[in-house]
Design a protein around this ligand. Structure first.
Ligand code: BJW
Length: 232
């Protein structure tokens, strides 16, 4: 890890697993017998909005009961103390990075704690349920949906992410299966740019072969140890 100034960190569900938030593809990856791919799509929302809203209401309520873990805390410390550029690109829709104190965080798949009005396009902070079709605080239309990125939709702030990847000296992927694009492709972008790449995961992921180094173990142990290394 020599000559590193700019760092991009990609996080996935594994970073929040030790906070008690289920991963997507662990434990069968099913919710009430539905695959994530069948609930997290605009088609599913059009076909059965109650099912999809119930799924998100349940998860929005659950994350508010959870607390950041040692991995979130270590990344927040790195964010606070790292003198170079740093960007935590999270696929997670929980707010545990922020609640641990991290500031340089980008939610590429959106956030549970926003509702998006499909009538006026406003985003509003939202902590309660959506199942009863509450009115949009901005325009009053009953057209709110979770502000999350479903399959077939464009993830947020891709230009900013690719810009940070181009400037990075180190790309680190933590707790993600490498099953979902475009995030799964970041390691290849980084390699093509000659950037050092490191993976921290409980087990080998679909992308492990692309990384210069993979360290296996729980994020709550691996991340604090790596952050200690980085901060010397
Ligand atoms: C631990 C641990 C511990 C456990 N410690 N680790 C080829 C190229 C480009 C696109 C595609 C393509 N083929 C198909 C596509 C389209 C599609 C896609 O990827 N489909 C796949 C099924 C193949 N992608 C899209 O549609 C995306 N949009 C898009 O591509 O737009 C066009 C575009 C093209 C090019 C550039 C830009 C745009 C949108 C994807 C949206 C994903 N949405 C979801 C739902 C979000 C809302 C919600 O939360 O409900 O995002 S799906 C779900 O998967 C969620 C996650 O963020 C995402 C990734 O999951 P993650 O985080 O990796 O979790 P898991 O469960 O898979 O893995 C957990 C990992 O943790 C495991 O590895 C464990 O080992 C580890 N772990 N405990 C450390 N204690």
């Amino acid at each position: 890890m020599a000559d590193i100034r700019n760092i991009v960190i990609l996080t996935g569900a594994g970073v929040s697993a030790e906070s008690g938030i289920d991963t997507f593809r662990g434990g069968g990856g099913l919710w009430e017998q539905h695959r994530v791919e069948d609930v997290a799509t605009p088609e599913a929302f059009a076909r059965d909005p109650d099912l999809v809203l119930r799924f998100y209401d349940m998860r929005r309520a659950a994350i508010q009961e959870k607390e950041p873990n040692r991995a979130h805390a270590a990344l927040a410390r790195l964010d606070a103390e790292w003198p170079g550029d740093l960007l935590i690109v999270t696929q997670n829709v929980d707010d545990l990075h922020e609640r641990a104190g991290a500031r340089r965080v980008l939610h590429m798949h959106g956030t549970h704690l926003n509702a998006w009005c499909t009538a006026c396009d406003a985003r509003s902070r939202w902590t309660g349920p959506l199942i009863d079709r509450p009115p949009c605080p901005a325009c009053g239309a009953r057209a709110l949906r979770p502000d999350v990125v479903w399959f077939g939709e464009m993830p947020y702030e891709m230009e900013r992410i690719y810009g940070a990847l181009r400037a990075a000296d180190l790309f680190v992927s933590i707790g993600t299966s490498g099953a979902v694009y475009p995030a799964a492709g970041f390691v290849r972008e980084a390699r093509e740019l000659g950037t050092q790449t490191l993976e921290l995961n409980l087990e080998r992921s679909q992308g492990s072969a692309w990384f210069d180094e993979t360290r296996l173990g729980p994020a709550g142990e691996l991340v604090p140890a790596w952050v200690d290394e980085m901060l010397g």
